[in-house]
Design a protein around this ligand. Sequence first.
Ligand code: HXC
Length: 510
Amino acid sequence: MHDLIEALEQKRADARIGGGQARIDSQHAKGKLTARERIQVLLDEGSFEEYDMFVEHRCADFGMEEQKIPGDGVVTGHGTINGRLVYVFSKDFTVFGGSLSRAHAEKIVKVQQAAVRNGAPVIGLFDAGGARIQEGVDSLAGYADIFMENVLSSGVIPQISVIMGPCAGGDVYSPAMTDFIFMVKDTSYMYVTGPDVVKTVTNEEVTHETLGGASVHAKKSGVVDGAFENDIEALTQIRRLIDYLPASNRDKPPIRPVHDAFDRAEASLDTLVPPNPNTPYDMKELITKVVDEGDFFEISPQFGGNILCGFGRIEGSTVGVVANQPMTLAGVLDIDASRKAARFVRFCDCFNIPLVTFVDVPGFMPGTKQEYGGLIKHGAKLLFAYAEATVPKVTVITRKAYGGAYDVMSSKHLRGDVNYAWPTAEIAVMGAKGAVEIIFRKEAGDPEKLAARTKEYETNFANPYVAAKRGYIDDIIMPHNTRKRIANSLRTLKNKSLSNPWKKHDNIPL
Ligand code: HXC
């Protein structure tokens, strides 16, 4: 028996060393942790249980039968984050560059399926060279199996991807179908085809970073939801994110003990909105003053900055916050902001996370760039997402709510449950100046008359009372009481029951 135990220990040790010490050293020299080290940082100490440590590839071409490394380039299993179950797979770049063989894919599919059955999130850590070139079509089949599980799991369990090294070819599409993707700055890159192919096909000269680094995807393409300084920061932030999320669509969001009174008044909010309606202010200040202990996990902070999306808590329970940000492009809705917020709203709706929306929006962005880019379809995504969402929806209009954007931003008309406005709110078809220039065009040559008309329009329409008289907002609230009013509303909505008509699935304008 002793021999058998020793043999097992030896086999385990062989598997743990992956592609060998030299490759591990090279991984460290690039500023990256190994697949197993990453899991250690991600999960609670001692909680990781590994599966399929002895799996080997079955390829017999190109001399591969001589090169077998137990585990075959991916470490899989489950563990806990702050005591809650998660499934993990972590690509091991030291083994065939983390490339995907059929056996490697089967390991990933096994944890994906277990996660769905047992109702727990899947976290994938990527650092790999794509398809195992020696395996050919078997590798492509393996990718497709993973993609299939991604799709079936979507909306059932949270799926999170962290790109921590190369991620190319087949490897990019699995993350692309998960709920959130994060990258590590400088050490990771993500693209469908690499710089060499790009040069051949389009004659463009690009580096890994300028083609698919974190600076590209977190800021320009919006493919990823955040970029972190290094492996440790990324993994620590994923732990923080998981704390906000329900384990599956069968669960409610987790509730944390909280030491922040639900009725905490914030006097400073009474002066947050500047007297001049064109002066920006930081909507993030409102968010952090309303949520528990100022703790806000922002999604895509560097992309579509005119809308803020992220998770906070009210009375210990997770809420999804969406807010126009007057500091960037006056908080206008454009293509990027609409796409970003629509996806976030849908995530919250999938996973029973109530939506809190703060509105200060001058409308949709005008211009050929936006129209040619399909603003109509992209803007409709956000409208669609809010309209179909059946989770509790609480809205606070702080200042502008103009035109179609008023309708879109979780208005009463889209089944907003509780819709508040601050006294500074202006709920109207458009701003006073624009409105007067259109309806009193004939008086354009008379600035005095125009000024009087503008004043008249402001008095009659640029306020929350017209909407309040019609019941389109439920109450006009004191800014300092915003947290208390939202918390009270969410209490009343705890047992909300609302469903959409039966359908196979909807047809959101993609
Ligand atoms: C097999 C691979 C591999 C792969 C890397 N390796 N990629 N083995 N299949 N796809 C091996 C290398 O042979 C090497 O082995 C080790 O991993 C490390 O690779 P290096 O090239 O030395 O590392 P580095 O210089 O850091 O470059 C990393 C890299 C590069 C940029 C990822 O390896 C690379 O370009 N790989 C190929 C990428 C690729 O074209 N993949 C196929 C995409 S097509 P040794 O033994 O020397 O350590 C695809 C289609 C799927 O994925 C579509 C499905 C829908």
